[in-house]
Design a protein around this ligand. Structure first.
Ligand code: TRP
Ligand code: SF4
Length: 326
């Protein structure tokens, strides 16, 4: 029997190249080897975006279009929206009752986000319980593996502690210990050289058109020492060059040569990068177009996903209640 995986993405905006290199490519690989459940974590998004919840609806469907166009196959993986599978909240409620407040208050991601995120007020009851809902997501599938980035490891640790607490309180091994499959962090930086992120407005989105990609790439920061065409450049410190290494590694010697010997200018160098990147993305765009024009197809996939998710989770809920004697 295949081992089971559960993972999710919060629908807080459009997906970008960082999501592709970090998460999505990884999910696509995993769907052959594991029984995968991939979820639009809209309740989790609501915990931080509650002031403008419309973003959840807009991004949810759009993100799923990206998942499907970049290779998530609904015949292999179960794709669903968290808020449509109400059993997640049932288990979340039960786990809330057994999770000590101190575990949540001490969670490093909680403390960090309260300190760093100033654009929203996260001093809410819901936000404190964020990891409890994540634990419910994972445990309700009895997932053995959870692909996540390093930033999510504290949540996985909490999930294991909550699972053990449940099993020991009710003297039954209902939940297995889930393990992380660590997603390597993408080396790709944003257009301005900072981490690629929607909030910095420095990302190339998976849904961007050829024109937009060309324009965005022309705004990329380059080697500041190369001002005139005749100045030699230092590709190893140029962000444009690092994009070449990822998306057009076959051109790396050429770029190194033309940059360090001042043979080709930055504008031209970027134009060629944009062409190469577009070549990589173009094949996936056809699928995106098809799906955009047939939203019913996506709705059908999500409805089927919901059914499969409900079936799997209802079984666990039954066991949970039996163990508790309620
Ligand atoms: N918290 C995760 C993130 O921000 C999203 C998420 C919600 C998740 N539930 C999950 C990830 C369950 C893995 C498993 O990326
Ligand atoms: Fe960067 Fe290319 Fe300009 Fe060199 S030529 S500094 S690699 S953009």
């Amino acid at each position: 029997m295949k081992k089971r995986i559960l993972s999710g993405m919060r629908p807080t905006g459009k997906l970008h190249l960082g999501h592709l290199a970090g998460t999505l490519d990884n999910w696509v690989k995993l769907q052959d080897e594991y029984e995968c459940f991939f979820m639009v974590a809209d309740w989790h998004a609501l915990m931080s975006e509650y002031e403008v919840p419309s973003v959840l609806v807009e991004s949810g469907l759009d993100n799923v279009i990206d998942w499907l166009s970049f290779g998530i196959d609904p015949k292999k993986a179960t794709i669903f929206v968290q808020s449509e599978v109400s059993t997640h909240l049932d288990l979340y409620m039960i786990l809330s009752c057994i999770t000590p407040l101190g575990w949540l208050e001490r969670c490093p991601t909680y403390k960090e986000q309260l300190r760093e995120i100033k654009s929203r007020d996260l001093h809410t009851y819901g936000f404190l319980g964020y990891p409890v809902l994540q634990a419910a997501d994972i445990l309700i599938y009895k997932a053995q593996k959870v692909p996540v980035g390093e930033d999510q490891l504290p949540h996985l640790e909490l999930t294991r502690e909550i699972a053990r607490r449940f099993n020991s309180l009710y003297k039954k091994e209902v939940f297995p210990d889930p393990e992380a499959i660590l997603t390597k962090t993408s080396r790709l930086l944003g257009l301005d050289g900072r981490k690629m992120s929607k909030s910095y407005d420095n990302a190339i989105n998976l849904s961007d058109s050829e024109e937009v990609i060309k324009k965005k790439i022309q705004t990329m920061f380059t080697d500041p020492k190369r001002v005139k065409l005749s100045d030699v450049g230092h590709p190893d410190t140029c962000n444009v060059y690092s994009y070449y290494l990822i998306y057009q590694p076959q051109a790396k010697e050429d770029v190194h040569d033309w940059c360090s010997k001042a043979k080709v200018g930055c504008t031209d160098c970027k134009r060629r990068l944009a062409l190469g990147l577009w070549d990589k993305l173009a094949p996936f765009k056809a699928k995106r177009k098809e799906l955009e024009q047939d939203k019913n197809q996506i709705k059908k996939i999500l409805a089927e996903g919901r059914e499969k998710a409900l079936e799997a989770t209802s079984k666990t809920m039954h066991e949970v209640k039996q163990a508790m004697g309620i």
